[in-house]
Design a protein around this ligand. Structure first.
Ligand code: SF4
Length: 396
């Protein structure tokens, strides 16, 4: 009887490295005692059936993205002799609107909880697929807390825009056990210290990160608040030089004006975000910020306020990268009933949300906002990346 743990990995052009969806690395020993790992190479947005070399057994799948959940569903329909259990961040916030095949179930629990073990009771470990060779660049995650956000509406209540569940039920670490010290000496590593957005009281954990010079890079996320920036600055001072590419810290502006943040119930104020970015911009690291366009409620004042926001932005010591995303409405988020629907994204039994409809006048205002971003970015060490709009298939 086969018991197999599937993890997807991608040869990522965006990251210029192998992106590991290493969902079972926290539970490596536990899973190894129960079955085999099977790495499946995939493109970022594939929805294809997974070709399996067996017809019976049990398959646990770590779905990092929603499209991987779709792959499991299609594969379950084609393989009635195999029992599929899908888990991972790809399930979070997805609404189930139709019956799943009888041989497919979803798990929102940690793998340890699913098998009846205490969380983080094993040693973190990851083995790589054979195709990845020493010297290659790899990107993998080390989870601090999983799939839940401290800031979410159902938790701290500071950010009710997205549909992440409350951090209170989350599985989270109180320490980083330095398991990373001895891993993959011969590879160029980018390690995502995983959390949707670290809360100020957790940021200090990053002080425990080993210095993996010379070929490493860390990546993590915070909310753009002054308190978070102050905490991160303390960490950064202790970490020192984290390698040739250093640290990448991400957050999200969404649409940085007080009026728009109020509409989003984002809990941000311009003065505080600017203070935060002055602190982060003074550190020798890359900062990234998400920016959303496609709004149906912009007014001319937002464009003026956006200009003022960019005028006040500091010049970043290393650089700021702005990723421009299309506005997308997740099921169950606080804005889900507030927009006319352009089209819904439904794949099989899964509802992923909708792209809102916007009028011609709003398109013009959204275009103006994009021009502001581009114009003001030239003189401030800011790179604007719009290609994500085109590449993420779920927004089709
Ligand atoms: S938008 Fe980001 S910070 Fe806010 S609740 Fe969602 S994941 Fe957390």
């Amino acid at each position: 009887m086969n018991v197999v743990f599937i993890q997807f990995y991608t040869n990522s052009k965006e990251l210029d490295r192998w992106a590991m969806g290493n969902g079972f690395s926290d539970t490596y020993d536990l899973c190894k005692s129960k079955g085999d790992f099977l790495w499946i190479e995939t493109s970022r947005d594939s929805e294809d059936i997974i070709r399996l070399p067996f017809k019976t057994g049990t398959v646990y799948v770590s779905c990092f993205m929603g499209n991987q959940l779709v792959r499991v569903w299609k594969t379950a329909l084609q393989n009635p002799g195999i029992k599929f259990v899908a888990g991972g961040s790809g399930l979070i916030g997805v609404e189930i609107i139709d019956t799943l095949p009888s041989n497919m179930s979803l798990s929102y629990d940690s793998v340890e909880k699913y098998f009846g073990y205490p969380d983080f009771s094993g040693k973190w470990k990851l083995s790589l697929p054979d195709v990845i060779q020493p010297g290659d660049k790899i990107y993998f995650s080390y989870e601090v807390d999983c799939y839940h956000c401290y800031w979410a509406a159902s938790g701290a209540g500071k950010c009710s825009y997205c549909n992440r569940p409350s951090w209170k039920e989350s599985r989270r670490r109180n320490t980083i056990n330095l398991e990373l010290d001895d891993c993959f000496q011969d590879y160029q590593k980018m390690i995502r210290i995983g959390s949707d957005a670290l809360q100020p009281n957790t940021i200090h954990l990053l002080k425990q990160l080993p210095n993996l010079e010379p070929l490493s890079r860390y990546k993590s996320s915070i909310r753009f608040t002054k308190k978070s920036a102050d905490e991160f600055k303390k960490v950064f001072t202790i970490l020192g030089d984290t390698g040739e590419d250093g640290f990448i810290l991400s957050g999200s502006f969404e649409f940085p004006t007080d009026r728009m943040w109020k509409i989003m119930n984002k809990g941000y104020k311009t003065d505080e975000v600017i203070k935060c970015l002055e602190i982060l911009g003074g550190l020798d690291m890359v900062v990234t910020g998400g920016f959303m366009l496609g709004w149906n409620c912009l007014i001319e004042k937002d464009i003026d306020d956006l200009k003022r926001f960019f005028q006040r932005l500091p010049v970043f010591k290393r650089k700021l990268i702005i990723f421009v995303w299309p506005l997308y409405v997740f099921p169950g988020s606080s804005i889900s009933g507030k927009y006319d629907i352009d089209h819904k994204i439904i794949k099989g039994p899964f509802y992923f949300g909708y792209v809102p409809k916007i009028s011609f006048e709003q398109e013009v205002l959204n275009d103006k906002a994009l021009k502001v971003i581009e114009e003001y970015s030239k003189d401030k060490n800011i790179e604007v990346h719009k290609e994500w709009i085109k590449s993420w298939k779920i927004f089709e």
